[in-house]
Design a protein around this ligand. Structure first.
Ligand code: FAD
Length: 409
């Protein structure tokens, strides 16, 4: 087998947003980095492609707060380095039944971390958004200052470009099939499907929906990460109202808690269309996708929600356009950020299970994965919530006082 001859400080496996952000942080701090991607760079077969991702600070789990707030800063830093924008500011609006425990927990997070926010009833909300968003009388709305939209494909490209500019080697169409201990140097040897081998002192594995497969074959560990195929839907704003839902005014990014968790973004990527989607999907094998035919989107619930929420200004008859993507679900919807352990000790770091909500935090997660690989510790991370071993202690993982948010359909 061919050996590249270069000894890397860190080899990153998987060039979605998490791997690309990690490679950027590693290269920027002067390390010799290689990133390996099984498909073309910026492909559409994983989780990090598309036109928009939401960012918000209103998390029911308060341990995401520091990751979100650090990421807001790091998005700005990376934008300044590349010279274009990937983050578009907006307010955030969370709505749901007044008894909803997740929503109440998100309000607690706002209070605990002094996030500027307002809890509004139906009339106050109607006044704030001039009737553009409506809720039933027994719901509440939580307005908060920190929302926004990130352009995902553009952001991944930004991290890859910045990594390259800082000296990283980038290689696509390179499927990693084996990671082994390097008997001679003590690091790792990473082999790809065409027989090439690469040596590194450390390795970071960020392979999204493929995490269960690769980690099982490399470390013998069964990670409870279930891929889901998710559908994003775009809906037409009725004629004359397009500007009222566009980004850049005060229309917010939004999330609606309840049996069907629905979220969306102001109109940005396709003029006249607004993204309103269900936070969920159907189980899939990342190598044998159904490409949309595998599950039944809860379209009736989605239409009803649109009819009731936008004062008749959005056409709820059919989505105008849809896009597919994959979630990597853990049982508790929390990430997996940990060392692989076993014979690899702290030399192989895993970042996975981002459960349909990781994009916004990718700058901080990349920084943390880089720190874990280089130093064995990372500031600003309460690792206990993200350990692999939590699933041995409880198959459901972290215990929470509120319901799951992602829906299976
Ligand atoms: C529809 C949808 C909407 C979302 N909305 C939001 C949102 O609004 N806000 C938010 O914060 N998050 C959101 N997310 C979640 C977010 O996009 C993901 O958490 C994030 O993109 C995960 O990135 P990743 O790098 O872990 O995975 P991926 O992007 O899938 O990257 C993993 C990469 O590893 C590669 N790979 C796999 N196996 C190998 C191998 N053996 N060798 C080499 N390479 C390999 C894959 O090809 C892939 O490119 C959403 C996700 C989806 C699908």
């Amino acid at each position: 087998m061919a050996d590249s001859g270069t000894q890397y400080d860190v080899i990153v496996v998987g060039a979605g947003v998490m791997g690309s952000s990690t490679a950027y942080h590693l290269a920027k701090t002067g390390n010799k980095v290689l990133i390996l991607e099984q498909f073309d760079f910026l492909h559409h077969r994983g989780s990090s492609h598309g036109e928009s991702r939401t960012i918000r600070a209103t998390y029911p789990e308060d341990y995401y707060h520091s990751l979100v707030m650090e990421s807001y800063e790091l998005w700005r830093t990376a934008e300044a380095e590349i010279g274009y924008r990937v983050y578009f500011p907006a307010e955030q609006l969370d709505i749901g039944h007044s008894d909803d425990k997740s929503l109440a927990a998100a309000v607690d997070t706002c209070k605990k971390h002094s996030i500027p926010h307002l809890v509004l009833d139906r009339e106050q909300l109607a006044e704030k958004y001039s009737g553009r968003v409506e809720i039933p009388a027994d719901w509440v709305a939580v307005w908060s200052k920190y929302g926004g939209v990130i352009k995902p494909t553009k952001a991944v490209s930004m991290f890859q470009t910045l990594a390259f500019k800082n000296g990283a080697d980038l290689k696509d169409n390179a499927e990693v099939v084996e990671i082994k201990r390097d008997g001679s140097s003590g690091g790792v040897v990473v082999s790809v499907a065409n027989g090439e081998r690469f040596r590194g002192k450390k390795c970071v594995v960020t392979v999204g929906a493929w995490a269960r497969k690769l980690v099982k074959s490399v470390g013998g560990i069964e990670l409870p990460i279930q891929p889901l195929e998710a559908t994003v839907s775009y809906w037409r704003i009725k004629e004359g109202a397009e500007g009222e839902y566009a980004i850049g005014g005060n229309f917010p990014t939004f999330a609606s808690y309840g049996d069907t968790y629905i979220y969306g973004t102001p109109s940005l990527e396709f003029p006249g269309l607004i993204k309103v989607a269900v936070h969920g999907g159907h189980r899939c094998d990342p190598d044998k996708r159904s490409w949309g035919s595998g599950g039944q989107l809860p379209i009736t619930a989605l239409k009803k929600w649109i009819e009731g929420r936008f004062g008749g200004r959005v056409d709820s008859s059919e989505p105008v356009s849809t896009q597919l993507c994959m979630y990597s679900m853990t049982p508790d919807e929390d990430f997996v950020i940990d060392f692989l352990g076993g014979e690899f000790g702290k030399d192989v770091v895993i970042g996975g299970g981002f459960s349909g909500h990781g994009f916004k935090m990718s700058p901080a997660i990349g920084r943390i994965l880089a720190d874990l690989a280089l130093k064995g510790v990372a500031e600003g991370l309460e690792l206990k919530y993200f350990r692999i071993a939590r699933f041995e202690e409880n198959p459901k993982g972290n215990v929470k006082g509120f319901a799951d948010q992602v829906r299976l359909h």
